[in-house]
Design a protein around this ligand. Structure first.
Ligand SMILES: C[S@@+](CC[C@H](N)C(=O)[O-])C[C@H]1O[C@@H](n2cnc3c(N)ncnc32)[C@H](O)[C@@H]1O
Length: 254
């Protein structure tokens, strides 16, 4: 999937807010080994490292485009590597803190993925993950439905994103079954106050829309975008447009 850091960075403060909630859940310890799964441009990896004195932080991401910006955030504490989360979870190295902000929703099969991520945490270590609750967010639901309609379903060859995001109760159960008895899991609404529904389109175009538009071309792509914008406008007709963006945050100790 081709990410565009410029589009992604358009809504920095809105995208950073859940990161700070994650940061507040971290047990601050000196000199720990940390991994940031799906670190993006690395800007938040740097903030994470700055909050953990003398830690060594590895940020991994599968997007060259996003990692291109990470040079600016490197220092003696931090290293970035181009690698997928799927590959990283098969490595044997364990970490004191496994962290991931707004990334694992892009990896399928959380029933299998989460135990593998948990296995990356050292005994006595911590896991902190944030991900959007795509099953409840209207911008995702509208996209999902549109992809099932013609002419888009045929153009997409019946492909649809089918979010891998589970209910938070299920994440809690998986954390427990894999060794955690101490956890904090909650859903939170991050209010997005945007100029209008077109601004909401801009927000989605930096993330959830990408896998759809990169599978479409020409007139069909234009039409998909136009109909999607229209549906957002019908659902969010006011200016400013208020969008209650729901996210799941989980923290567990092992
Ligand atoms: C919404 S961005 C979040 C970036 C960063 N964590 C932040 O909070 O700013 C999602 C990131 O996940 C990365 N990503 C998506 N699928 C991935 C995968 N399978 N393996 C590694 N990174 C992935 C994308 O390249 C992108 O940089």
């Amino acid at each position: 999937m081709s990410w565009n850091p410029d589009t992604y960075n358009k809504f920095k403060s809105e995208r950073f807010a859940p990161f700070y909630d994650c940061l507040n859940l971290i047990t601050i310890r000196q000199g720990i080994n940390v991994i940031d799964l799906g670190c993006g441009t690395g800007e938040l990896t740097r903030k994470l490292a700055d909050a953990l004195p003398e830690s060594r932080v590895l940020g991994i991401d599968s997007s060259k485009e996003m990692l291109n910006d990470s040079k600016a955030f490197e220092n003696e504490q931090i290293q970035f590597e181009l690698r997928s989360i799927e590959d990283q979870v098969n490595e044997i190295t364990k970490y004191d803190l496994v962290f991931s902000n707004a990334a694992i929703q892009w990896v399928y099969n959380h029933e299998e993925l989460l135990p593998k991520i948990i296995a990356m945490v050292k005994p006595g270590g911590q896991l902190v993950i944030q991900l959007p609750d795509q099953k409840q967010n209207l911008s995702n639901l509208i996209l999902d439905k549109l992809a099932t309609e013609e002419p888009f379903a045929s153009a997409l060859q019946n492909w649809n994103r089918n979010t891998p995001v589970l209910d938070m109760e299920r994440y809690a159960q998986i954390l427990f079954e894999n060794g955690s008895q101490q956890m904090t899991i909650f859903e939170k609404i991050y209010p997005l106050v945007l100029k209008d529904s077109d601004a909401l389109y801009d927000w989605v175009s930096g993330t959830a829309l990408i896998p759809y538009t990169e599978r479409l071309s020409g007139e069909t792509k234009e039409q998909f975008i136009a109909v999607y914008k229209e549906r957002l406008k019908n659902r969010f007709p006011k200016s400013p447009a208020f969008y209650p963006f729901k996210r799941i945050i989980m923290e567990a100790k092992f």
